[in-house]
Design a binder for this molecule. Structure first.
Ligand code: C5P
Length: 290
């Protein structure tokens, strides 16, 4: 096999808690992560050029070694102690960037899974997670995806039961939010409300979508700058249109609503799609068989 296409699924945080700063400059996190069917396609072909050549339809993304997909390829060859034979990588992107949807992390994970397949699976899934860790805190989750509790820097994982069947509408406003800025706002507070993560895990075990929706909570929503009030407006619209729960994902600015009723979700997607270019109708996605 000389080429393949890997899917790179977006992630949502269905709950996000920051426990506090760590000595390494990161923060101690406790998050419930969920993959969705919304994805990029990552085409990987082996060449004999000795170079990584990258192309993407999102013209503002770098196509050199700064791109996380190229970093992932370099990490794979370093871990396998191999010379890079040459690669063409094409990122067919749909996942909005700077959205809190883990698009870059998903692409990096897809490159690692793809190269592992092309080279005869030298690494186990656990080893791929380990190799992916320096690339970013969300990349280990994206190797396998599904539903998981992420803790530590966000790169330590515990598998959770699948999210119940449902429809999800994701909507990204035109502005983006700086991740370090939101962490600074959290740090400047003496205390903040914490999500009921254990209650959410129990609701997942019971498969109760309404109990899950009731416990979806992102601590970053409490420290959003004033200019981000559109986030609250989108959440309100999603609820008015029938969502059982809404939340901002990660450090935003994408917002999502969970719907029990597929027709209501389709309607909400159509309505919000009139105002927002980056609006998607999707559903939860289970673990990848790597
Ligand atoms: O690991 P990643 O590159 O995704 O992190 C981006 C930024 O988010 C870090 O530079 C840091 O400012 C912040 N971060 C953090 N604590 C974490 C994860 C990310 O402070 N656990």
């Amino acid at each position: 096999m000389r080429s393949l296409t890997e899917k790179a699924w977006a992630k949502l945080n269905i709950s996000l808690d920051v426990l506090g700063p760590r000595p390494d400059g990161y923060h101690e996190m406790r998050m419930v992560m969920q993959s969705v069917e919304l994805c990029d396609d990552v085409d990987i072909a082996l060449t004999d050029t000795g170079l990584v050549r990258l192309r993407t339809n999102f013209r503002f993304l770098p196509c050199d070694e700064r791109n996380i997909a190229a970093k992932a390829a370099a990490a794979f060859f370093a871990a396998a102690d191999m010379e890079n034979p040459g690669l063409d990588i094409e990122l067919k992107k749909r996942i909005p960037v700077c959205a809190g949807l883990g698009g870059g992390s998903a692409d990096a994970a897809a490159v690692l899974r793809g190269l592992n397949s092309l080279f005869g699976k030298p690494f186990s899934v656990e080893q791929l997670e380990e190799i992916s860790r320096p690339l970013g805190s969300d990349v280990p989750f994206c190797i396998k995806g599904g539903t998981a509790l992420a803790f530590g820097r966000g790169d330590e994982l515990e598998r959770l039961p699948n999210f119940p069947e449902s429809s999800i509408v994701i909507c990204k406003p035109a502005f983006s939010i700086s991740t370090p800025e939101l962490f600074r706002h959290i740090d400047s507070r003496r205390s903040h409300v914490h999500p009921d993560t254990e209650g959410l895990i129990k609701a997942l075990e019971e498969g109760s979508i309404r109990d899950i929706a009731r416990r979806m909570y992102n601590v970053f929503e409490d420290v959003l700058p004033r200019r981000c009030e559109e986030i609250g407006r989108i959440k309100g619209q999603l609820l008015d249109l029938g969502a059982v729960g809404t939340m901002m994902s990660g450090t935003g600015s994408a917002v999502f609503g969970v719907f029990e009723d597929a027709a209501a979700a389709a309607q909400a997607h159509a309505e919000l799609g009139r105002s927002y270019r980056e609006c998607f109708l999707t559903c939860p996605k289970g673990e990848v068989r790597a």
